[in-house]
Every structure is written in structure tokens, then in C-alpha cells.
Design a protein around this ligand. Structure first.
Ligand SMILES: [Zn+2]
Length: 274
């Protein structure tokens, strides 16, 4: 199904500057056709991207990706799934990168806690705390991964002074859970999950949450939208998330897209007009 079949893309593009705030464009899945992926994305009105690193092996390539495609911004961090592969010195290495303020760096992440993987929770917490301390020191927002660990994640995050807050990415919680993070200056990354009718709790939550706390993301190459199961996810599908969100909130796509574009600019300090 084509989104906005009632609205020519040329018009949509001229009004809309969407940011896919969580898209793993640096992974192998996009290596063969990245420029085409970006082109399709731009044609769909999505012309900026935030790529969160999943581990230290990816850090050195991201500044180069930004150089090649200036509208690709990135975050450096350690995903909880892959912590066992990292060296002792990895936090010192991250510190060095942050100190050098590389162009295009907009956040720390993705980091967080996952209660459903075989990585010791003590290690996950330790590495999250170290990354949050860096976010605090360098005044950067954090991009958080949270699965089956909400209470623990909230407890850890609350211990840090995070002047720029961050994003609870791939939000799939309740309204009450979202509000606890909003209080800490966080936004919610809304993705394909809301396109599934069975995600009732999350659909209800995003219908009511304050507009200025919402961001859009695809989390490609995984997390396919309803109707795209089995396909590689990509940023060109982001308008379908936007459209679903507009339906749930009984608002217009245009109004919503403009407000959400401003949220992305605020969170990551990337210019709407660039
Ligand atoms: Zn991710």
C-alpha cells in the first residue's frame, strides 16, 4: 500500500522534512544499495537519519558515513546485546571519541537494558551507567534500548543528571511508563509497532502522549511494519508510521509531521532546514 496516495509526493516533500531517528544504515544489510535506500527515503519525505552504533566495531565508520552523506547523523555507544564482545578499554575509547567532538555526532547510544538476552544484567547495568556518565559529562542525549527491564532502566537513568535527556527508542510501553521518562526530559521513539492492531496498549498510549514528546523511527533493517513482514525495513516506510500515528491521534498528517520534525531538531540539534 502506498501512503499518501491522495497527496502527490512532490507536495509532501516540500512541506515535510522527516527524520528517521533510529535507523541502522551502517549494517551489512544496507551495504549493497545504501544510496538507493537513501534516495527512496528522500522521495518519501524522509531526508535526515540518525544512525545509532551497536558496538565499538562500528564507531570509526560513522564519521565517514556522515562525511559522505551529511544528512546522516549518528550516535556512538554500546548495545546491550553485544557487550560480551567488547574489550575492557572500550569506555576509555568512547571517551576519546566524544572528546574529539566528531562532526555529525548527536547522541550516545544505543545503550540500555534487555531482560530477554543472555548477557548478565550486572554487566548491562555497569556499561549503561558508564555511558550515562559520559552523556552527562559531554551533555549529549542518550538513545535507550529497553526490553523487559523497564523498572531497572528507570532506576538507573534516574541516578544521572542528563541535561539533554534522550530517547526511549522503539517505544512499546504504556502511557504511564512513557510519562515517567518524559518527566526525565526524554522523548519516545515511535516505530512500526503501532502499525499492528494487536499493540493495543502502545497504540492507546501514543494517541494521548504530549505531541512534543514524540519522534519517529523505523529501526531498520529489522522491526518491519504491518504489511511489510519478511521484508528488510527501510526509512522510506517512515511515513506509514506517521500516517498511523495521525489516525490514532485524530490529527492531520501535515500538522503532526511539522511538529515531530521540530522535536527531532530539538533532541538532536539538527537543523530543520538542512
Ligand atoms: Zn536499534
Amino acid at each position: 500500500m502506498q501512503p499518501f496516495s491522495y497527496l502527490p509526493y512532490s507536495i509532501f516533500r516540500s512541506i515535510c522534512l522527516l527524520t528517521d531517528t533510529h535507523i541502522h544504515l551502517d549494517l551489512q544489510e544496507y551495504a549493497a544499495d545504501l544510496s538507493l535506500v537513501l534516495e527512496r527515503s528522500q522521495l518519501a519525505g524522509v531526508n535526515r537519519w540518525v544512525v545509532p552504533a551497536i558496538g565499538s566495531a562500528y564507531w570509526s565508520a560513522l564519521p565517514m558515513l556522515h562525511q559522505q552523506y551529511p544528512a546522516i547523523y549518528y550516535a556512538l555507544g554500546l548495545h546491550p546485546w553485544f557487550l560480551s564482545q567488547e574489550k575492557e578499554s572500550v569506555i576509555a575509547e568512547l571517551d576519546e571519541y566524544l572528546k574529539s567532538k566528531p562532526a555529525g555526532l548527536v547522541a550516545i547510544g544505543e545503550c540500555g537494558l534487555d531482560g530477554a538476552v543472555d548477557v548478565p544484567m550486572s554487566l548491562q547495568i555497569e556499561m549503561l551507567e558508564k555511558q550515562l556518565a559520559l552523556a552527562s559529562r559531554y551533555q549529549l542525549p542518550v538513545i535507550l534500548h529497553c526490553r523487559k527491564a523497564f523498572n531497572e532502566l528507570l532506576r538507573v537513568v534516574k541516578q544521572f543528571d542528563l541535561p539533554r535527556g534522550g530517547v526511549w527508542h522503539a517505544f512499546s510501553g504504556s502511557r504511564q511508563q512513557a510519562e515517567q521518562f518524559i518527566e526525565l526530559n526524554f522523548m519516545l521513539g515511535i516505530g512500526g509497532v503501532i502499525t499492528y492492531e494487536r499493540a493495543e496498549k502502545t497504540r492507546k498510549a501514543v494517541a494521548k502522549l504530549p505531541i512534543d514528546s514524540l519522534l519517529l523511527e523505523t529501526d531498520g533493517p529489522t522491526m518491519p511494519l504491518a504489511g511489510h513482514q519478511g521484508e528488510r525495513n527501510e526509512p522510506a516506510y517512515l511515513p506509514e508510521v506517521l500516517q498511523e500515528l495521525a489516525l490514532l491521534r485524530h490529527t492531520s498528517v501535515m500538522e503532526l509531521s511539522q511538529k515531530i520534525a521540530i522535536n527531532a531538531e530539538k533532541m538532536f540539534r539538527i537543523s530543520v532546514s538542512s
